[in-house]
Structures are given as structure tokens and as C-alpha cells.
Design a binder for this molecule. Sequence first.
Ligand code: ADE
Length: 242
Amino acid sequence: MEYVKQAITTGASNLTVMQFNIITLFPEMFGDPFNASILKRAQEKSLIKIELHNLRDYCKDKHRVTDDLPYGGGVGMVMKPEPLITAIEAIKTSQPEVRTLLMTPQGKRFEQNDAVRLAQYSFLTLVCCRYEGVDERVRSFVDEEVSIGDYILTGGELPSMVVIEAIARMIPGVLGDANSLLDESFTQSMLEAPHYTRPRVFKDMEVPEVLLSGNHAEIERWRQKQALKRTKERRPDLLSKV
Ligand code: ADE
């Protein structure tokens, strides 16, 4: 919970700049998701910077080829090592402290504690590959391999957006109200209690009486009980982590 306290006491007065570098064949995919809401504001406030690196710019051949046939045969193409490693190394030259992540379904499953941990770095590179495969030698040039879950996507672009948003939210000043971090599901290894807003009755469904009582201690007790009940029902695995 240390990071939450830090976020609250530091606030926006102590600007933390974190740079995300993304190596991708599809930089155009990142436009809209990074130009809205929290990530847009975080960039405007210089809390985070996102730099897109088009992998083709790191190819040395005329046709800017990034993949090739697999040795030993088989279906699909394999991403060539040279452009990827050239891009990774170029970023390391200008940002020696950078931590490099390879987005792959073979990686360790990304969780909230990884977002907290990775938010401590000032520079992160996320390498997006096509799912079919990357030359094995690329692996020795990255620090971690990250998966966002046990399913296959076409490439690492969407996973890298997920990871960047989860990390950016942990950077002090990025969320308007740092206190909201305290309540969030997973921050305390529990799901959140149900939320309600007006109207008081909607299609015969009523807001629980206790929330209208104005008794803050009572409301807090109810929320804790509901959070525990919900976690037991939906994600009992989380309780073993508490
Ligand atoms: N690339 C394709 N699928 C992925 C996944 N589930 N996580 C991370 N990178 C991926």
C-alpha cells in the first residue's frame, strides 16, 4: 500500500515524468486510445510521454522487410531479429535505465502488482510482435515477457495499451483523486462493493436503504461486507492473497 500513500501525499505538485516507448509495425493503432481521457490528460500534464517507434524505420534493406520464413519449415512467418534488436538497442542508448518488455502470450500474466512495480521506472519500452512468432534470439534483449491473459491476439499492440494504461494510473498525479486508488478492486485484493446513483428506484429496483441513511460508519461496514461477499462469490482466489 506504500505507493498509494505516496500518490496521495505527493499529488501533482511533484511531477513524475515517465516515458513509454512502443516498438510496433502499426503505430496508427495507438492514436485514439492515447488521445482521450486519463492518458490524454497525463500527457498534457507531462506526467507521461508516449513515443511510437515504427519498426520499419529500423530495417536496413530497401524493402523494409520485418519477417521471414521459419527455419525448419512450418506455417506463418517469423519476425526477423535485426530490426527488433536494432530498435531496442537504439532506445537503450538514449535511455540507459530503460526496462524492456516483450508483449507475448508466453509471458508472465500481468497483474495489478506488476502495474505498481513497473510504475517505479522512468523509462519503459514495450515491444509489440505479431502473434505467430518472433525470432527466439530477440528474447535475450528484453528484461521481461508480459502476457495480458490466456488468449491469443493478433499482435502485442492492444496488450501494450492495456499495460500502459494500468501503469500510468499508478503514477502520482495521473488520477484526479489519488484517494480513488485506495478503493479500487485489486488494490486491496478485493472486488469493490456495489455502487448506486440516482434515481432511488429504477424499474422497481431500489437502492439499499443503508446508503441513504447518512450514517457513514454503517455505510462503510455495509460496503466492506458486500465487498467480501462479492469477492467470495466471484473471485475466491483473490482472498487467498490477502
Ligand atoms: N500478443 C498476442 N496475444 C497476447 C497476449 N495475450 N498478451 C500479450 N501479448 C500478446
